[in-house]
Design a protein around this ligand. Structure first.
Ligand SMILES: *[C@@H]1O[C@H](CO)[C@@H](O)[C@H](O)[C@H]1NC(C)=O
Length: 228
């Protein structure tokens, strides 16, 4: 069975002090799709029990998979055993998947272990995937020649328009769409905000927003199957 590492934030406060963390449905929807055909483990900069965005728990209180994820004994045990990113080896997993939330824009882009991890997986030809604000975790990752992994690639991620709509521009150190364009990406988004959008460009697989978590999980499984 292939294996996928879900990478989560360890940050629970935005730049304005608001509660944040990883975004529940982006973990839950991807988990219940991917875990049917691959093993899943979790990692975060600080390891065990990374903080969930409480707003996402509230907003998805009627979402079957989100509720199930919070109460699932297998998931609880996996979250309790969340690895520190510094402990993850390049040979251990076939794919990395970065879950969004505003937290991942704060710790993951500047975490040296995370930057190193992505570079290793990228150079090994493994899948690097991210949804919503997850691509923020990749903005300082480079290939073996020192080039951004976004340079010359088509990618998506939470749009600047969506960030303005949720009124969170002041909560994060940079705007994702603007940054990936600066890095030389061909940024692409759905015709309207909040619609699902997934872009597969070689081993880089990105999704735009919470609605993209199931479709990106399907794209990851397809890419894993193609590898075998
Ligand atoms: C940019 O992305 C769009 C899809 O959104 C694609 O049609 C186009 O070919 C891409 N351009 C380049 C230069 O890769």
């Amino acid at each position: 069975m292939p294996s996928v590492l879900f990478v989560l934030t360890s940050v629970d406060k935005t730049l304005t002090g608001a509660q944040t963390g990883w975004y529940l449905p982006e973990a839950a929807h991807a988990y219940y799709t991917i875990s049917q055909q691959a093993t899943v483990d979790f990692a975060a900069p600080k390891g065990a029990n990374p903080p969930v965005d409480e707003g996402s728990v509230k907003d998805y209180a009627n979402d079957e998979e989100s509720v199930r994820f919070l109460n699932d004994p297998v998931v609880k045990e996996k979250l309790a055993k969340t690895k520190k990113i510094s402990e993850v080896n390049v040979t251990e997993y076939d794919a990395l998947y970065y879950v969004g939330g505003h937290g991942p824009v704060i710790d993951l882009p500047v975490d040296p272990d995370n930057i190193n991890l992505i570079g290793q997986y990228w150079d090994a030809g493994k899948i690097v995937s991210a949804v919503c604000h997850g691509p923020a975790a990749l903005v300082n990752a480079v290939d073996s020649t020192g080039k951004s992994i976004f340079a010359g690639r088509t990618a998506t991620g939470f749009s600047d328009e969506e960030e303005v709509m949720v009124n969170k521009v002041k909560d994060i150190p940079f705007l994702l769409e603007e940054r990936v364009k600066q890095l030389g990406a061909n940024y692409s988004k759905a015709p309207e905000p909040w619609r699902p959008k997934v872009v597969v460009d070689g081993k880089l697989i990105t999704g735009q927003n919470p609605a993209s978590a199931r479709p990106i999980a399907e794209a990851i499984l397809k890419a894993l199957a193609a590898k075998e």
